[in-house]
Design a protein around this ligand. Structure first.
Ligand SMILES: [Zn+2]
Length: 471
């Protein structure tokens, strides 16, 4: 109790100077024009076609991603943005990779083909590989002995690393008024930033898996078959490849259901015949890139200040990354289009940045920080640091905005409350002090910069993201 009261007491002592320090004058005429343009002349559906069906998957540093960069740049130019460019953010140690063919099936005891997604940055099979698959049952290094010399050219069924749990939550839901109210009142600490993830356990499991992979590769296995992803939908993941390494062997994900069926058939000594063909292409593509465009500021004193909005343009390789995160890019592109079409003359420069490399570690936004805000070696702040006004990020799928997470930032709360009031009728006025994590605002937040992500309804995000279903 004492701990809770202390900040309140200290604040009360300081109150006479600071209690009314923050207020925000919202330009309601501008709000009106923005709503009219957004609701009556929306280009969201058009943008959605081009950024998903047309551009396709957008894996970091892939040829597909380069094509998406080019299209996005062209569209920003057509929308009238200035200083539009594809920027190098950071060197990328994996290089470029594209999947050209994926096929996996059993032909005995009956024929079934499986949905299959190769792990990104893993290799190809030597044409169509056929044979009886071998179930790899390794609980410790001692188990390796029983497989020595028996695996050359084989299809290896890897041990299960996840199980299927029935989920009683609906696939899509909206925040209720009570839940939003609770978020408003939630204490700043907790929520999102660290979670209750058991890192030690995870590392132990990963270590054994890496040992198994190495052993199987050394034994000359043809392809590794993993189970990953709920229902009959394999997950998209990536291998540990570094550019210049020897090309890894083929390594594929089937869904947990398909993988489980294989395991159970083999455990029951049923004669299973399987065939797999995977074709992937590696090539030099050394950089993570961001696509950037601007509406330049007009105030002589403030035009160098940057109001930044964005989301990540890269996706995983199996779907078109519609939810994760074409949706964020589409919304931010539309925001820029609306502002441009209203011919506003902003005091500060408004910049959109669509990041690359988010899925492999926020590389695009971290590269932006290194380029403009903080020297990565000396940790000294650059000129851009002082000119950084705000960053707004979107990366929680297609769910509607219900408000904003303020990352424990007390100072911004009254400002956002005022700014969101005109959007109360659209269900978006909740300001929470809570943190949210896992995406690009976190490249800026630890530097003490105001960088935030919106609260969004959960609209079928969990079932599909990072899978072939994210279309
Ligand atoms: Zn994402």
């Amino acid at each position: 109790m004492k701990k809770l009261l202390l900040p309140l007491l200290i604040f009360a002592l300081l109150a006479p100077q600071s209690l009314f320090a923050q207020s925000e004058n919202v330009d309601l005429e501008m709000v009106y024009k923005i709503k009219q343009e957004g609701l009556k002349n929306s280009k969201i559906e058009d943008l959605s076609f081009w950024m998903t069906d047309f551009t396709g998957p957008r894996l970091t540093a892939s040829k597909d991603k380069q094509r998406a960069n080019e299209w996005t740049k062209k569209r920003m130019e057509e929308d009238g943005l200035e200083n539009v460019r594809v920027e190098t953010a950071r060197a990328f140690d994996r290089g470029g990779w594209d999947n050209l063919k994926s096929y996996a099936a059993i032909t005995a005891p009956y024929y079934t083909n499986f949905a299959v997604t190769p792990k990104a940055w893993t290799g190809s099979t030597n044409g169509l590989v056929k044979g009886t698959p071998v179930l790899i049952d390794v609980k410790s290094e001692a188990d390796f002995d029983k497989y020595k010399g028996k695996l050359k050219g084989k299809i290896a069924i890897m041990p299960a690393n996840s199980t299927y749990e029935v989920d009683f939550e609906p696939l899509a839901s909206r925040y209720t008024d009570e839940e939003l109210e609770a978020l408003t009142k939630a204490r700043a600490a907790g929520g999102g930033r660290y979670g209750n993830f058991n890192y030690e356990d995870y590392m132990k499991r990963m270590q054994l898996r890496n040992l198994i992979s190495k052993f199987l590769k050394d034994e000359g296995v043809a392809v590794l078959v993993n189970g990953s992803g709920e229902f009959n939908v394999p997950r998209s993941t990536g291998g540990n490849y570094k550019s210049g390494d020897k090309e890894p062997i083929a390594d594929i994900n089937l869904s947990v259901e398909a993988h489980g069926r294989l395991v159970r058939l083999l455990e029951h000594d049923v004669a299973v015949e399987m065939e797999v063909e995977i074709k992937n292409k590696f090539y030099a593509s050394p950089n993570v890139t961001n696509v950037v465009g601007e509406i330049p500021g007009t105030d002589p004193k403030l035009k160098d200040e940057i109001v930044l909005i964005g989301g990540h343009l890269d996706s995983w390789h199996a779907g078109t990354g519609a939810a994760d995160n074409a949706s964020g890019c589409i919304v931010m592109m539309e925001a820029m289009r609306i502002l441009k079409s209203l011919d506003i003359k902003p005091r500060r420069t408004i910049r959109i940045a669509l990041w690359g490399g988010e899925e492999q570690g926020l590389h695009g936004s971290r590269g932006y920080v290194e380029k403009y805000l903080q020297d990565p070696k000396t940790r000294e702040m650059k000129e851009g640091y002082d000119n950084f006004a705000l960053y707004l990020n979107m990366d929680n799928g297609t769910g509607k905005f219900r408000g904003i997470y303020t990352q424990e930032n007390e100072m911004i709360v009254p400002i956002f409350e005022e700014m969101l009031k005109p959007f109360e009728d659209m269900g978006c006025s909740t300001v929470t002090k809570r943190n949210t994590s896992g995406t690009d605002h976190q490249s800026f937040d630890p530097l003490g910069l105001p960088a935030f992500q919106f609260i969004q309804d959960n609209i079928e995000y969990g079932r599909g993201y990072h899978t072939v279903m994210d279309t």
